[in-house]
Design a protein around this ligand. Structure first.
Ligand code: BES
Ligand code: MN
Ligand code: MN
Length: 481
């Protein structure tokens, strides 16, 4: 497909010129440890919201609103913990223009230097030899969120009007299940979000490291915890070992029966809910640029369960997976502490796909866990529960938004993007689609090896800067298309 190119060179040149300011903006954002999953850092998440308000204000955004979402529902340590606010802002309200809602999240995953980071995770470090920016949130999702602000700054500097009305919705709980946002979107559908024509989310990644993509699918995520409680306090294993039932032993027995070493989920009833693979879908995987080598490079290992790209992609995109994440309350330090932990909480999640029914899944999972625990005949007490869930999403990539984004991508990167799905989850995607009745486009900035959630998370400077051009170009093609 060929298309008429828009004259976007001045915008692209301005974005290049503003590179130092854009890196500075991202540095300030990364310096705020807005970890939503760590209750003690909640004030920092709130600081990050206020940082955004400050930036949005100085860029000339209008009608900036900080929407409080109330108290965080259980399970939480602090029963009075306030949810971080959602930041709404608007630029332009011209009836003759289309309106694009951009969503991003300003919270990040936890990160500690001790986890193995080469540099302090909350200091953006520019490796000028490799031209890479390292820091927590650089790619997930502070880089892309700053990207939207950068696009506006470039327009302001050029004294260009934005080609669309822009509505921003930035949340601070995405990494913890987007608690409270569904309700806000439903409330604002006919208010703040009235007139929105399309939604663009930049919170995902290229599949590999060289070819841009546009994304039309995500897996969902149902996150569970199993707590097992025994003695009244942590105990000495020399005094109590062998004569009381240990919660940790029970928990490990239960967790070990959820999934096998080949990644097969062992809970009955889930496989039957997966949508069958049609010949048409099966053929799509052949044309995607990917290889087991790219997977190995991204994982930093040779631990792939599959050698064929088709199998890897299917298992990342269209089959469910179960991961065991951790055990709260377990001894995890160095040394050899002879403790019997009194209460342990196992955490695991299932990535969901069409046509798994979320409630049915919860029932299957929780019943299975309880049944396996009952088989142990343990006097300890178990509680298995859902912490949060987020739906999967698959859309049709042949609409105006995808077409506009494909043109912008080709302008900036010189190649046509691949159309991909993702294995990760952005719970709010389906809510936008359903509550606003619009399409959603996922337009990534970073690369497949950026290490979101991992140590040494990074964003290549070229992806940051060209990513800004792509976001800006998309607004122009969409707005004028
Ligand atoms: N940016 C990710 C979503 C994502 C992950 C997109 C991988 C593409 C590939 C997002 O910030 C994220 O991490 N989401 C969580 C959601 C969960 C807490 C419900 C996730 O996928 O673990
Ligand atoms: Mn993200
Ligand atoms: Mn994330």
């Amino acid at each position: 497909m060929s298309y008429t190119k828009l004259e976007l060179q001045p915008l692209f040149d301005k974005i290049d010129e503003l590179k130092p300011a854009f890196i500075e903006r991202l540095s300030k954002a990364v310096a705020i440890p807005s970890v939503s999953g760590d209750e003690s850092l909640r004030p920092k998440v709130v600081d990050m919201a206020h940082f955004l308000v400050k930036e949005l204000t100085s860029l000339g955004f209008e009608d900036i609103q900080v929407k409080e979402l109330g108290i965080q529902p259980p399970p939480v340590e602090n029963p009075k913990l306030e949810l971080p606010p959602v930041v709404l802002a608007r630029l332009g309200n011209d009836k003759s223009k289309k309106t694009v809602l951009v969503y991003g999240h300003y919270d990040v995953q936890p990160a500690l230097k001790e986890d193995g980071w080469a540099t302090d995770p909350f200091t953006l470090v520019h490796d000028s030899v490799k031209d890479i920016l390292f820091g927590r949130g650089s790619t997930d999702d502070k880089g892309p969120v700053m990207g939207w602000l950068n696009v506006v700054e470039a327009h302001n500097e050029l004294k260009w009007e934005l080609p669309v009305n822009l509505v921003c919705c930035f949340e601070g709980m995405e990494e913890s299940g987007s608690v409270g946002l569904d309700k806000l979107i439903a409330q604002e559908a006919e208010a703040y979000f009235k007139g929105v024509d399309t939604v663009c989310i930049s919170d995902n990644y290229w599949l590999g490291t060289t070819k841009p993509v546009l994304t039309y699918g995500l897996r969902g995520c149902n996150y569970y915890q199993v707590s097992i409680k025994g003695p009244g306090a942590d105990l000495h294993s020399g005094i109590f070992g062998g004569i009381i039932a240990e919660p940790m032993t029970d928990l490990i027995k239960v967790l070990s029966q959820l999934v096998d070493g080949q990644g097969r989920i062992l809970i009955p009833g889930i496989a039957e809910m997966i949508a069958p693979l049609t010949d048409k879908e099966n053929a799509l995987y052949d044309d995607i640029d990917f290889s087991v080598e790219e997977l190995n490079a991204a994982s930093g290992s040779k631990t792939s369960l599959y050698s064929e790209k088709q199998d890897i992609l299917k298992h990342r995109w269209r089959y469910p997976s179960l991961s065991v994440h951790g055990i709260e309350g377990a001894f995890s330090g160095g040394g050899a502490k002879t403790v019997i932990p009194s209460k342990v909480i196992g955490k695991f999640s299932i990535r969901t796909v069409p046509d798994i029914e979320s409630n049915k899944l919860d029932e299957l999972v929780i019943d299975f866990v309880n049944k396996k625990f009952a088989e142990l005949n343990s006097p300890n007490v178990i509680k298995a529960e859902l912490i949060h869930d987020g739906a999967y999403w698959v859309s049709n990539p042949f609409n105006d938004a995808f077409t506009a984004a494909a043109k912008a991508t080709e302008d900036v990167w010189g190649v046509k993007p691949d159309f991909t799905r993702e294995g990760g989850s952005i719970p709010i995607t389906v809510t936008f689609e359903q509550s606003l009745g619009t399409d959603v486009l996922l337009l990534p900035m970073g690369r497949g090896d950026d290490g979101a959630h991992s140590i040494n998370e990074k964003l290549d400077v070229s992806n940051y800067i060209n990513g800004c051009k792509t976001l800006g170009g998309y607004l122009h093609y969409y707005g004028r298309g």
